[in-house]
Design a protein around this ligand. Structure first.
Ligand SMILES: NC(=O)c1ccc[n+]([C@@H]2O[C@H](COP(=O)([O-])OP(=O)(O)OC[C@H]3O[C@@H](n4cnc5c(N)ncnc54)[C@H](O)[C@@H]3O)[C@@H](O)[C@H]2O)c1
Length: 437
């Protein structure tokens, strides 16, 4: 049976000896809490948001991927708190705090710095600290370690440190935390070994890399790869619109190539906490090395243009219907940044909605995952009556529960930014006159 770093045993579900602290209980932290509790560990789940702490202690989840019933079944193993002192008794602490950008689009490590400072005050010899938040290479060694060492303990000697990027994809069910290989890099060989032992309890495959910097850069490569490829297909989709070519048919056809091509779908732009943000952590760091990361900047620019392009397409669709935007009843379907989740951070749907409100459209939206959007002054409306009432329906985020063929059949005109209507007979009826090609 493996030993944890403080000598605690890590074993079957009946063998509850491993104690893990998770700091930051959002989309990344809460699934980790559940994974460790399921593996038999006792978990101290810490967040500065008292609302989240209280919800967890009531057994209520606020993340789609974590059903409340699962939390209920793990009662007794998960202890939510906002007190860092509770972390003094754990074997390992995993930091999953946000890493956003400042208004000047520079890394904002405020949450990480304050979490590290609070942790440093209770840090114990023998503990392992792992950073999972996405960040630029060097953060673990240059920012996290010095703060923790203010405790008087020395990293790599008195306590252990590693970086392990989170690869979670909210809403995805085909790959789980257990089946997704876990990349990690320790500050020393021993740090890496401790982290490997910890994650071995919840992941089937561990990919050890030489340093925290390699692990930090690995996560950025993964996200930048997506950002660049999404930008490429989005640029192609803008050109296809002008050329009257169906981008979805092109993507479908290219995807039949069994090698050398990976499918990316065009859309209304990039959203979420990761893709619009993370690449700029590297851009910022690259300046220190006198290198302009042009791919990253260009991809960000093209993806940021997409909501504007979508608004132009809405204006054209209404023009075909001989209607102005001003005063026309437009229903947006989907407000979150991706299907199956309620996360609206950086959502292109919000940017499109803001632009349409600026043009004085009579705007409404339906999204069962997003009950309201205070910044737009809107609440999600019931789908049925809204479909009858709208003059144009725009599919911005295609949540899985909606029958889009039915929507297209009943709405007076539909514009599809997600390609979910591409199997429909385009232009088959006057009612579909604005259906996306
Ligand atoms: N959401 C994703 O899909 C995803 C995927 C991979 C990596 N990441 C990365 O993981 C990190 C966390 O992302 P997330 O989506 O879970 O964020 P989130 O905003 O959903 O959750 C972060 C939590 O940290 C808490 N917090 C903030 N400051 C704190 C502090 N000082 N002490 C304790 N708790 C604090 C917040 O209250 C919040 O509950 C980010 O670096 C992100 O880039 C996110």
């Amino acid at each position: 049976m493996p030993q944890s770093q403080t000598g605690a045993r890590v074993g079957s579900n009946d063998d509850v000896h491993l104690k893990v602290g998770v700091v930051g209980l959002g989309y990344v932290g809460l699934p980790l809490v559940v994974a460790f509790a399921r593996a038999g560990a006792e978990v101290i789940a810490l967040d500065t948001d008292i609302g989240k702490v209280e919800a967890l202690n009531r057994g209520e989840s606020y993340i789609e991927d974590v059903p409340s019933e699962v939390l209920g079944s793990l009662r007794g193993r998960i202890h939510a708190t906002s007190r860092y002192a509770r972390l003094a008794r754990v074997d390992a602490v995993i930091l999953c705090v946000p890493t956003p950008l400042t208004v000047n689009r520079e890394p904002d490590l405020g949450a990480l710095v304050s979490a590290a400072a609070a942790l440093g005050e209770v840090l114990q010899p023998g503990q392992l600290v792992v950073l999972e938040s996405t960040t630029y290479p060097g953060t673990t060694r240059e920012r996290l370690v010095p703060i923790l060492e203010e405790s008087g303990l020395k990293a790599g000697r008195d306590f252990h440190v590693a970086f392990s990027p989170e690869r979670i994809d909210p809403g995805r069910t085909d790959h789980t935390m257990r089946t997704t290989p876990k990349v990690l890099g320790g500050l020393t060989g021993e740090c890496g070994a401790r982290a490997e032992q910890l994650y071995g309890t919840i992941c089937d495959e561990i990919v050890r890399v030489a340093t925290p910097e390699v692990a930090e850069m690995t996560k950025l490569l993964e996200n930048i790869f997506r950002s660049v490829n999404i930008a490429l297909v989005n640029e192609m989709s803008m050109l296809c619109d002008r050329m009257g070519i169906d981008i979805w048919e092109v993507v479908d056809a290219a995807s039949t190539k069994p090698y050398g091509f990976m499918r990316f779908d065009p859309g209304p732009g990039m959203g979420g906490h990761c893709l619009p943000v993370d690449p700029f952590y590297l851009t910022w760091k690259a300046r220190e090395y006198d290198l302009a990361t042009e791919f990253i900047e260009l991809a960000g620019k093209i993806n940021a243009l997409m909501p504007e392009h979508c608004v132009a397409r809405i204006e054209h669709a209404l023009n075909d219907l001989r209607k102005p935007v001003n005063g026309t009843r437009i229903l947006l379907l989907g407000m979150s940044y991706k299907a199956g989740v309620g996360d609206v951070r950086e959502s292109p749907a919000i940017k499109i909605a803001e632009a349409l409100q600026g043009l004085r459209a009579e705007l409404s939206y339906h999204d069962r995952y997003v009950p309201d959007v205070p910044e737009l002054g809107l609440r999600s409306v019931e789908l049925e009556p809204a479909l009858q009432d709208a003059e144009l329906v725009v599919i911005v985020t295609a949540h899985p529960e909606i029958d889009y063929a039915d929507v297209a059949g009943r709405a007076p005109a539909v514009l599809d930014f997600r390609g979910v209507l591409r199997s429909q007979p385009v232009g088959a009826s006057a009612r579909n006159s604005a259906v996306s090609s």
